[in-house]
Design a protein around this ligand. Structure first.
Ligand SMILES: [Fe+2]
Length: 263
């Protein structure tokens, strides 16, 4: 049986209205899941219907990056994806002024043990912060408080768009630099994010497509061979996808607190 998150965001992309429903799901939840993609050529074919691929340091000529454990390669800063350890929730290509809107990940081979993919809805984290740590939220929206990558991009964890929506951007892999006083609140932010992690285990041929401006993604530590294909890109012109999320669109129950130490 498919995992709950996979099942609740699933769209059959082989159906005639599949791509349209996928875009609707993406616009609503920032995430769509699919299956039936069993080889690299099929990944490229599917990706080309939904997104305009971005070039990436680690991608092949066809735009596909093979995400697998490559041993000591993962010890280098910025290469943690090529290891077997847990990968915390993050935005792909966060060092770019304009990260790719979409991340597609397809499972070729799951790990022998662990390695489950995970997602975090930035809209849910935002709503939780607005309710429980509004002071921290304001700090996380302040421009120029965080550097993502090196030399990277100076911005903020939450960044408003020109049309009144909100985007999220995060990395906590050692290539981020939080300025004071926001750096003191990073443990609170981590704790807040951990409340919204949803596991999304994938079987061979299954995959997800997510809005990289709204959803963070990561994976659990694993043992054994694990291979995923990843494609980064922006929506094709026929796919109208509003940026990020509407702040305040998700409600959170609970009392407000101005303290950064009570997530
Ligand atoms: Fe990633």
């Amino acid at each position: 049986m498919d995992h709950e998150v996979f099942a609740s965001h699933y769209v059959s992309l082989t159906s005639s209205d599949g791509p349209v429903r996928a875009v609707e799901m993406l616009a609503r939840d920032g995430l769509v899941t699919f299956d039936g993609v069993h080889d690299r050529r099929s990944v490229v074919d599917l990706a080309s219907r939904l997104l305009t691929m971005r070039e990436h340091r680690d991608a092949g000529a066809d735009g596909v990056t093979m995400i697998a454990d490559r041993g000591s390669v993962a010890d280098r800063l910025g290469y943690a994806g090529f290891g077997h350890r847990e990968l915390g929730p993050h935005t792909d290509s966060s060092a770019l002024a304009r990260p790719p809107r979409l991340v597609m990940l397809v499972c070729v081979q799951p790990a022998d043990c662990g390695g489950e993919s995970s997602v975090v809805d930035g809209a849910a984290v935002y709503a939780d912060l607005a309710t429980h740590a509004p002071g921290l939220l304001q700090a996380l929206k302040r421009p120029g408080t965080v550097r993502f990558g090196d030399p990277g991009y100076w911005g903020s964890v939450f960044e408003p768009t020109a049309d009144g929506r909100m985007t999220v951007r995060l990395r906590l892999d050692g290539l981020e630099h939080f300025t004071e006083p926001v750096d003191e609140a990073v443990p609170v932010l981590r704790a807040m994010i951990s409340r919204h992690v949803r596991e999304l285990p994938l079987r061979p041929g299954q995959g997800y497509l997510l809005d990289n401006w709204r959803m963070l993604h990561g994976r659990c530590e694993f043992r054994g061979s694990r291979l995923m294909y990843r494609v980064l890109g922006d929506p094709v012109t026929s796919c109208v996808l509003p940026s990020g999320f509407v702040p305040g669109s998700l409600a959170v129950v609970g009392a407000s607190s101005d303290g950064w130490d009570r997530p």
